[in-house]
Ligand binder design. Structure first.
Ligand SMILES: [Fe+2]
Length: 182
């Protein structure tokens, strides 16, 4: 499998936006935590998270190519079909079958949702928020509208309650709070 270092170089080369880089490293952390919880391969799941939006800036105006283009960009890299399928599944380019595919579908919106929850109040940090706070924001339809509730709730396909999923995601992001600047 491609090294984490080479994968991160690809991310830096292709994603100019710092927020997008933070989004993919947060997704990487959440995917690793989900893998550990579900006794799966943490390195593989984390790699899918890190690479899943590699084409984001090149497909901004052609959303129908999103993820398909990423798979194409990875064709000469040592990236397994399992990871490529997960990348395709994160935005419904492929049906969710394997656990990793279900995990990335739920993990993708949760990172932005948690970032939005931290940014509500100036001076708040990741370490200041807890799962109850996230559950309450989750119920507010107008809060972070772009973060799909349906996608996050699909954590149930992994056998996880929403509360456990949000809690695990929050803890994973707290673990990289310095990198996230939160
Ligand atoms: Fe994403």
């Amino acid at each position: 499998m491609i090294s984490r270092e080479s994968a991160y170089e690809l991310v830096e080369k292709n994603l100019g936006s710092r927020n997008l880089v933070k989004h993919v490293i947060a997704t990487e952390a959440v995917m690793r935590a989900l893998a550990y919880r579900l006794e799966q391969d943490g390195d593989v799941w984390a790699m899918a998270g890190l690479l899943h939006d590699l084409d984001y800036e090149t497909t901004k105006d052609r959303f129908e190519d999103h993820a398909l283009k990423t798979v194409e960009m990875l064709k000469d890299e040592d990236v397994s079909d399992e990871i490529k399928d997960a990348i395709l599944a994160h935005c419904n380019r492929k049906n969710r079958e394997k656990l990793i595919e279900k995990a990335i579908y739920a993990a993708d919106p949760v990172t932005g949702f948690i970032v939005a929850a931290v940014l509500i109040r100036k001076g708040t940090k990741l370490s200041d928020i807890d799962v109850e706070f996230l559950i309450n924001r989750f119920k507010e339809k107008s809060f972070a509208r772009g973060a799909s509730r349906e996608q996050m709730e699909s954590c149930e396909e992994l056998g996880l309650s929403l509360e456990e999923f949000l809690s695990l995601s929050l803890e994973a992001m707290k673990g990289i709070s310095t990198e996230l600047g939160l």
